[in-house]
Design a protein around this ligand. Sequence first.
Ligand SMILES: *[C@@H]1O[C@H](CO)[C@@H](O)[C@H](O)[C@H]1NC(C)=O
Ligand SMILES: *[C@@H]1O[C@H](CO)[C@@H](O)[C@H](O)[C@H]1NC(C)=O
Ligand SMILES: *[C@@H]1O[C@H](CO)[C@@H](O)[C@H](O)[C@H]1NC(C)=O
Ligand SMILES: *[C@@H]1O[C@H](CO)[C@@H](O)[C@H](O)[C@H]1NC(C)=O
Ligand SMILES: *[C@@H]1O[C@H](CO)[C@@H](O)[C@H](O)[C@H]1NC(C)=O
Ligand SMILES: *[C@@H]1O[C@H](CO)[C@@H](O)[C@H](O)[C@H]1NC(C)=O
Length: 398
Amino acid sequence: MNCGCDSCESGYQELLIPDRGKHLYYRLLASPRSLFVGLSFFFVLVIYIYVSNYRGVTNIYHHNADLLNVSTTAFSSTPTLERKDNVKVKSLLPTIIPPTSWVKYFKQWHGLRLPVITCRPRGRLGNIMGEYATMYSLKRHYNVTVVINNDFKKKIKYIFLNTSLPDIPASAGPFKLQDWTPVQYIGSWNNYAPIELAAAGLLGPKKFVMEKYAFEIQMFHQFKEELRKEFTFAPNYTTKANGFLSNIMENRSSELPDPVFVGFHIRRTDYKKFIKNRYGSHLPETAYFTRALSHYRTKFPDAAVFIVASDDLQYARSKLDQYHDVFFSPGFSAGEDMALLASCNHSIITVGSFGFWTAFLAGGEVVYADVTTKIEYRFSRKMFEKIGLDYFIPLPVD
Ligand SMILES: *[C@@H]1O[C@H](CO)[C@@H](O)[C@H](O)[C@H]1NC(C)=O
Ligand SMILES: *[C@@H]1O[C@H](CO)[C@@H](O)[C@H](O)[C@H]1NC(C)=O
Ligand SMILES: *[C@@H]1O[C@H](CO)[C@@H](O)[C@H](O)[C@H]1NC(C)=O
Ligand SMILES: *[C@@H]1O[C@H](CO)[C@@H](O)[C@H](O)[C@H]1NC(C)=O
Ligand SMILES: *[C@@H]1O[C@H](CO)[C@@H](O)[C@H](O)[C@H]1NC(C)=O
Ligand SMILES: *[C@@H]1O[C@H](CO)[C@@H](O)[C@H](O)[C@H]1NC(C)=O
């Protein structure tokens, strides 16, 4: 399997640890061999950072010093990483742990090679898709076993029929959260390094459950085309979305012979409080909406048609009803609105995970709100630029 990163082409150095009893891993930690492995891991990382910087590699993320600290700690003591509030972690993006540092095990669980990673579904559709994409990219980057549990499957099974990540084997019985070791962010919502440590085999041959809204754009964005296939909408969703768009085309065929559809998602309701309390920021409003509309009207004169969806349609209408080139989703379900906006040619988004996916799936240009936040925010200019999403265009909010 091609894992998509250059370094894997040549194959990783496997450290196959025979399964001689369930405490082997811990015994190993106390052995001279573990010291050797630990030290090699450390040196390899140091060399890797040096080489990456030296070559000025930009598509490999700057190495996260926290990851190094976390991993050396994890490697020499406890393999379970819970959130530690006393750990001061800078919000740097995690990096991909180089294959030379991975640990592979013979040990299996219901025919699957350990470690095995699954995810507890958290949040609504946009979050769920972020969690799925994160799992997908873990598998692609680390060639780790990833499985989908029932609770997770339930959230997406009628919307996306083409997802490729397999279910938990039937022989394993129903998913029980307490049987899985949680892995999640550490210190900051922007540092999910522990899930990568788990994927790289550095937390042992265990079953891990990803917790707390993992949404690792920097890990999954390079698999955009694959993810767009994974997230192919079920035919009944596509039919509805296409029907809506062709209706508009037909109704306005005289004025709009060649429309360019711009999906426009406006996140409101609970996010208003959320972005204020957590990020000390506020939602984009009229000034941003007007700028975003002009951006596309200028770019596609007499052709731009805006398709608006929102969790507060009344608000959206109150701001945009006056424009003859703006159309509103009648307030479909989340899946239907996602399918509608994703079938547009370009996007305008405000904040949040739902908007991110409408834009990522639509695949064209993305105009987003350049919100100022007091702590690093996932869907912000700083993050998008760091990740290198150059088709994401920031427009001022105020
Ligand atoms: C990925 O893992 C599988 C076993 O889980 C193995 O058969 C395969 O060779 C691995 N691929 C790579 C590129 O290492
Ligand atoms: C990592 O650990 C080293 C040594 O304990 C320390 O000097 C450094 O500040 C730590 N890095 C971070 C980001 O905490
Ligand atoms: C989705 O899966 C079906 C059958 O599993 C396949 O025929 C179809 O080509 C897939 N569609 C995409 C877009 O991958
Ligand atoms: C599509 O069909 C599934 C059941 O197969 C249903 O749950 C879902 O609501 C339908 N969606 C739309 C948009 O009709
Ligand atoms: C298009 O016109 C038909 C008939 O007048 C109307 O029912 C429908 O709502 C219109 N569609 C849109 C998207 O404006
Ligand atoms: C724009 O989107 C519509 C609706 O999905 C599609 O029919 C059309 O081919 C797209 N245009 C371009 C240039 O991609």
